[in-house]
Design a protein around this ligand. Structure first.
Ligand code: UN1
Length: 503
């Protein structure tokens, strides 16, 4: 097993600046302690928010395409360090090597997207009802953008937010998961490299402090949620965290971009291409050890294909290689920690109590300290309580249906609404699933799985998922404020709605 230090050295990171005794960085691969780090106090958090606010006052006046140049340079730094940063993601989050690299690729992709966007922050021109008048919209930077991110995508989700926020003219204060502080330090240091490259080529230096990193716990998240100097806060994590953040934001009328629980389902219709289904289901359900927000957790299959599909899925779940995520043939790495393992076993016990038939789910002995599990396939008689909750582990609940409308209703009958999929070659079923009466999720796929979304689309979902949208499409608007401008180029002052007010 590799150790932290060669990877950190390859990234040019000197941990002495960050050392302390508040946070312990561990590798889920073998439980090894990677570093002991200092955490920000609430006072320091407030101070860093002030620094980011001061930086914002300068950053907001720099033309957006020049802000894009900084993000372009950051994308280049990521390209240069892709291998090392991907390895650090594997070491600290336990993702298999290819997924660690994929996560860094997702960062590079969003940088490219943001660079293009930096020349496309368009507003509308609107016909005025008054003669000699014109209306238009202007999009302005908003302020400090807070980011609270989760362990499972320790770098990409931050990058979705940071790349957009920066081209939009915002500055960023980031509180990463306590479980993944090293990848966060790495991103912060790599971003600073991009800032240095910018300053070396541009006439005016950047305002200092565009990006602030706050390692720490819940108290730091509370400061971000409550600070009036953080007009927009993007938070990814559990529903309970999101409800707490949303309540604190609501009290000060701050803007939230919430990406919370997912309990993603797939309907498999009789006409589905079962070869594709087996591959898509296996990647979506067991990839990243079931620890994606978009992981497939519920499979709703037509009764007529259950007997042919289930043995194939059982074989796939039994044969995926579970083990050291650095090994090239591993497909399932470790769970993040013991608590995740305990939660998984608790869910499986509950599933059995609710009539489920479980295959897999047991711990796989790989060293003593890592929590490696065989993915679980669970046939359920109904969508009972355990199926309706998100357990962040590789458990796939399988249910059958007879009637398509009932399958869609079952699909929607959970509190979460992130990602969904249908496998069918029946055009009517596919279109219905994507229609207003179909899936109620933010992501609705046809003949692909629920996970692994590209950055070009808006990412997020409805209901308990929180309603936020990040990444592509027009998600950038959440990071800006809109001004409606009405310009009078006439010689008179007509009032709207025909109001007369002659003085
Ligand atoms: C998450 O799990 O929080 O669509 C993000 C996907 C990835 C992002 C997941 N592109 O699975």
């Amino acid at each position: 097993m590799e150790t932290a230090h060669p990877i950190l050295a390859a990234l040019g990171i000197d941990l002495t600046l960050w050392q302390g005794d508040a946070l312990t960085a561990r590798s889920p691969c073998d439980g090894a302690v990677l570093a002991r780090l200092a955490a920000a106090t609430p006072e320091e958090a407030r101070h860093r928010i002030d620094l980011a606010h001061a930086a914002f006052l300068g950053w907001r006046t720099i033309p957006a395409p020049r802000r894009g140049e900084l993000v372009r340079l950051f994308g280049n730094v990521l390209r240069e360090h892709k291998a090392a940063l991907g390895a650090l993601v594997t070491l600290e989050a336990g993702k298999i090597h290819s997924e660690g690299l994929g996560e860094v690729q997702e960062m590079i992709d969003i940088c490219d997207f943001a660079v293009g966007l930096s020349r496309q922050l368009y507003g509308l021109t609107i016909a005025s009802e008054r003669p000699g008048h014109r209306m238009m919209e202007t999009w302005h930077p908003l302020g400090v953008c807070g980011v609270i991110s989760a362990f499972n995508f320790p770098v990409a989700v931050w990058a979705w937010n940071a790349a957009l926020a920066l081209v939009c003219g915002d500055t960023v204060v980031w509180k990463p998961s306590e479980k993944t502080p090293l990848t966060a330090i790495a991103c912060h240091v790599l971003f600073r490299k991009a800032c240095a490259a910018f300053d070396a080529t541009q006439p005016d230096p950047l305002p200092p402090g565009l990006h602030q990193l706050l390692l720490g716990g819940r108290d730091v998240g509370v400061v971000l949620s409550e600070s009036p100097r953080v007009p927009v806060l993007s938070a990814t994590g559990s529903v309970s965290m999101g409800v707490d953040v949303a309540a604190r934001l609501a009290r000060r009328l701050g803007r939230g971009i919430l990406e919370l629980g997912g309990n993603n389902g797939m309907v498999v219709a009789p006409s589905a291409d079962l070869d594709l289904v087996v591959r898509a289901v296996t990647f979506a359900a067991v990839g990243t050890a079931g620890q994606r927000c978009t992981t497939l957790r519920r499979l709703i299959i037509h009764r007529s294909i259950a007997e042919s599909l289930m043995p194939r899925l059982e074989r796939a779940f039994d044969s995926v290689r579970v083990g050291n995520p650095f090994a090239p043939d591993t497909l399932v790495g470790p769970l993040i920690d013991e608590a995740a393992f305990v939660a998984m076993q608790g869910a499986l016990a509950q599933a059995r109590a609710e009539g489920g038939v479980v295959s897999g789910g047991e711990r796989v002995a790989i060293g003593a300290a890592g929590y490696y599990v065989r993915p679980a396939l669970v046939r359920m008689p109904a969508q009972s309580a355990v199926v309706a909750k998100e357990t962040f582990a590789p458990i796939l609940y399988v249910m059958t249906y007879d009637d398509f409308d009932a399958a869609v209703a079952l699909h929607n009958a959970v509190p979460q609404g992130l990602s969904s999929a249908i496998f069918t070659n029946d055009l009517r079923e596919a279109e219905y699933f994507m229609s207003a009466a179909g899936s109620d999720c933010g992501i609705v796929n046809v003949n692909i799985g629920t996970s692994g979304a590209e950055i070009g689309g808006a990412f997020g979902g409805e209901k308990e998922t929180g309603g936020g949208r990040e990444s592509g499409s027009d998600a950038w608007r959440a990071y800006m404020r809109r001004a409606t401008n009405t310009i009078n180029f006439g010689r008179d002052l007509p009032l709207a709605q025909g109001v007369r007010f002659d003085i």
